[in-house]
Design a protein around this ligand. Sequence first.
Ligand code: 0WK
Ligand code: BGC
Length: 849
Amino acid sequence: MDLSIRFRREMDKGLCRDTNPTAAVKMLPTFVRSTPDGTEQGEFLALDLGGSNFRVLLVKVMADGKQAVEMEDQIYAIPEHLMRGCGSELFDHIADCLANFLEKLGIKDKKLPLGFTFSFPCQQTKLDEAVLVYWTKAFKSNGVEGKDVVSLLRKSIKKRGDFDVDILAVINDTVGTMMTCGYDDHHCEIGLIVGTGTNACYMEQMRNLELLDGDEGRMCVNTEWGAFGDDGALEDLRTDIDREIDAGSLNPGKQLFEKMISGLYMGELVRLILVKMTKEQLLFQGKTTAELLTTGSFNTSYIYAIENDKDEEGLASAEKVLRGLGLDPLVEDCISTQRVCQIVSTRAAHLCAATLVAVLRQIRDNKAAEKLRTTIGVDGSVYKSHPEFSRRLHKMVRRLVPDCDVRFLQSQCGSGKGAAMVTAVAYRLAAQHAERQRILDTLRLSREQLLEVKRRMSEEMVRGLSKQAHEQASVKMLPTYVRATPDGTEHGDFLALDLGGSSFRVLLVRVRSGKRHNVDMHHKIYTIPQETMQGTGEEVKHHWVHVFYKPLLSFVQGILLRWTKGFKASGCEGQDVITLLKDAVRRRKEFDLSFVAVVNDTVGTMMTCSYEDPKFSLVEMQNIELVEGDDGCMCVNMEWGAFGDNGELDDFCTQFDRIVDDCSNNPGKQRYEKMISGMYLGEIVRNVLMDFTAKGLLFRGKLSERLKTRCIFETKFLSQIESDRLAMRQIRSILQHLGLTSSTCDDSVLVKEVCSLVSRRAAQLCGAGLAAVVDKIRQNRNLNQLSITVGVDGTLYKTHPHFSSIMQETLQDLAPQCQVTFHKSEDGSGKGAALITAVACRIKSDGQH
Ligand code: 0WK
Ligand code: BGC
């Protein structure tokens, strides 16, 4: 257990940015982030170098939904002189073997995607690039360490010039093994090799990989645990025999843990122990032989035979092996030799178990799982061929972590299939990414497009203000008859009703005049039941006070042009809302009101904010052709939500905008609003997610019933999902709330990307619209530079983590001659409505009109 804890510390050192450079266990990122999801298909080449055999494979992944895989492979020798000779000749040889293989299969003319299993420690910055840190096992070719092995291979293939391949991935054999086994068991998230060398990889949380940016999702980490102890961490466990092995190896001081375990060294360990015991007269009557004293003369495969669990056979093998080494063993010598083998291989199995348990604990802690259920994909000649190794390993692992449900899955077809799977996944991800980005690009607006939106908005504003074009204009630029702002002398108690936002409020506003002029407010929020919003005007009247209008004659009349947002109550459009309310009040015979003003919430917000900051502006009367008179200014309610209703935005509308509009209460209306406002952003996101899922680009193509429900993806989810503080787990809980219980980290990453694109576009469109407004005001005043304040309110602006900053950035970029300050309204437009009423009462009482 102590060793396991010690190794866990080494893992942390390797994962940590500051300690990684000096860490022995390098915890190398592999850039393998996804496992096969069943949609992969096609033909893939794979190379498998680093184990006892070099193999070239062609892997056909069928698109039959059962993901059947057909494999053809060929083993090629790697001559020792190339393993220890010139590196470029080694890669030339690999290219020759590949050419031979393609020739044999008659597919030399095809440029197939290739995955390269290169089983040595490599620093990777991306999936198709790997710089060899140092050779291990029996390799020591020169001119390769510190180089990108993919470039070396591409160079050798290019040198031949008679075929070409598309190298998409280079992986470690542990990764290939995990992927191979992951194909049959989706719980597989650890790859283990105990063969010529030993190593393990596992799926780690990105947030723990300090060497890489991003903390979302998972990535496979190649631990390179063979180097455990290279910094002296195992000196208390290593024996003189281990030190002798290391001293005689190709890479003294390196891979010390591997040298206590793996097949390249196990036989030699036994030999050196036998030699030591013989010299101490404990074996073979103290007589050694030249063979016994020869390095490497005791092959690891001997151990497999000697430990054959049918004891008799094992001892017979021991005798046969010892005789083969020129010894004349007694039965006791055979038994002792078998015992030595058992001790060496058992130590190897238990050392492996200790480090494996550290990896299991890391995964369990990452998942904060009570009980971890996982699968370990395993390969390697020691694990496969040693009669007892696997059983001893499993037993010790289960003893050290009894609370984990660990399954071992032996790879049947090597890591070549895994390499093909990684390539297939890379291929699929590249194709899916391209397809997703193609769709998401429709939601990305360039600066030129935003400038065009601004230009068209300016055009519509002019048309809205002009008598000729007003009727046709989509942006109605409605006069509000609010022409004055508070001058501080207003005072009295005023009632205000605030309808049309996310909540309906009734307010009592007490305005005090004079230098300390200020406002006290009491308010109560009431809900407007959905059925009332969409019921008869009668019911609404009972519930509300004001909406927006087209005042024909005066301040206290508002003809409802049409409902927007969630309202669709009948019998109101074309009606004067004040009259409707008066009727409702009259019918109650309980109280009476003197109606003074009906204003739009934008006007209320402007007035509320201007009470604290007078740097607000109204539109010059000479520009408002709908209203007689050119003196002074008046506030204009743009109703810019309708921008685009005449097709001005069609070339910016996506398929998702059209779906949202078609399914809305008012198809064809409020097009600009439907691309921006909180009522619709969630719906746009939901439709993008639905489309992606239907195309198999998300949630493994599995749609949940809940996600099919209109408006189920609330806009507040966007604000939550995009908040930097929210971890993936929390995004996943939102997805679980939407019935997407098996969403992956990658799904969450993508959902976040869709949310941020939709909200970003909304903020940019809003910024472009506002740029048109402030630049118009600047031009109205023939100013080169304008500084102005915008009063702003609204849940989206106030709660979304990035909306306001993106909108302001866009505005600044598109209207550089305007310095715009945003004044967030804290009191809502109800206060503004009361102030407008107060001003109207003051003007009336002063006898002005
Ligand atoms: C078979 C895998 C290969 C890996 C080898 C390790 O296909 O990638 O390197 O197992 O076992 P070894 O051949 O070293 O015993
Ligand atoms: C290498 C690893 C490899 C392992 C098993 C070690 O010597 O450093 O990269 O995974 O052998 O083949």
